[in-house]
Write a protein that binds this ligand. Structure first.
Ligand SMILES: [Fe+2]
Length: 159
């Protein structure tokens, strides 16, 4: 199926796939930022997060491929990442995952009205967001415990 023949629902899923790829590269960039600051444990956490987002994008890719959609490959543009405090990083992470949950929920609601295969798939994607959301709250808690200091956060962070 060419892109101009694809339903709005599947088009929304393709946009979501692009977002998941974009998020994965944002987390990769954050991982590098933290690594150069000597925050190796936290850097590794964001590297794992990068791989999780990549897997979300791949799951959507495979679903669209199963639906016989000819998929557009997203363009990656360069980005600047700079956080002046752990709280800034934790809030950025929280907001990005919240946006993801919100857009998946929006597509899920559309799918519930239109297409049960997409509905089932999106349910699985949203279930994974429970874990992602939990992770964002955990980092916010740790930032509070660390009194918003990079050194303390790196000390208390564990997998
Ligand atoms: Fe994701």
């Amino acid at each position: 199926m060419r892109i101009n023949e694809v339903s709005d629902l599947l088009k929304s899923l393709m946009i979501q796939m692009e977002k998941e790829y974009k998020n994965s590269f944002i987390y990769l960039k954050i991982s590098s930022f933290l690594s150069t600051k000597g925050m190796n444990k936290l850097s590794k956490k964001f590297y794992e997060q990068y791989k999780e987002e990549l897997s979300h994008a791949e799951q959507i890719f495979e679903f669209l491929d199963s639906m016989n959609v000819e998929i557009e490959v997203p363009q990656v543009s360069s980005m600047k990442i700079n956080f002046t405090s752990p709280l800034e990083l934790a809030m950025f992470y929280f907001n990005l995952e919240k946006e993801t949950t919100d857009s998946l929920t929006e597509i899920y609601n559309l799918a519930r009205e239109e297409d049960s295969l997409s509905e089932m798939f999106l349910k699985k994607m949203i279930e994974q967001q429970i874990h992602e959301t939990d992770e964002t709250y955990r980092l916010l808690d740790l930032v509070e415990l660390s009194e918003n200091k990079w050194y303390n956060l790196e000390l208390i962070y564990s997998d």
